[in-house]
Write a protein that binds this ligand. Structure first.
Ligand code: THU
Length: 144
């Protein structure tokens, strides 16, 4: 299903795992890293950033999307990897939360791609297109 080369896939997974170490997660202790891969080969990472006002916390994927937008990306999103776990140790497979699916979808729809989402766990990596995680997504075209 994945159009990624094995090398790209391994690099993306390593970047997501590496980004876990930059998480600011003193309240949940659940550290998450996300890595976005663009068609031009650029990779952008994000980590969850929590807040003492808990509800303001930002997920790793959302932080990565914001960083990518700020760097000028408007589409071309071909793959995403997400890793996380309590204390930075991977456990269950981490799938993007609902809000993050929507954030990723905006970036994907701008370039009409359907990125592979690599959801990393301690014992397996589940790989599926974003359209499976968020079918019939609301997006920029809905507003036309
Ligand atoms: N979190 C993410 O960073 N990404 C997700 O897709 C799900 C949850 C973060 C939010 C919070 O800082 C911690 O994980 C526990 O929910």
């Amino acid at each position: 299903m994945s159009a990624l080369s094995e090398q790209q896939r391994e690099a993306l997974i390593a970047a997501a795992r590496g980004a876990m170490h930059h998480a600011y997660a003193p309240y949940s202790n659940f550290r998450v890293g996300a890595a976005l891969l663009f068609a031009d080969g650029v990779m952008i990472t994000g980590s969850n950033v929590e807040n003492a006002s808990y509800g303001l916390s930002l997920c790793a994927e959302t932080v990565a999307c914001a960083a990518a937008m700020q760097a000028g990306h408007r589409g071309g999103l071909i793959a995403v990897a997400v890793a996380g776990g309590t204390g930075g140790v991977a456990g269950a497979v981490v799938t993007p939360c609902g809000r993050c699916r929507q954030m990723l979808s905006e970036l994907a729809q701008l370039g009409e791609t359907d990125p592979d989402i690599l959801c990393i766990g301690a014992h397996e990596i589940v790989d599926m297109p974003l359209s499976t995680l968020l079918p019939r997504a609301f997006g920029p075209a809905t507003l036309d």
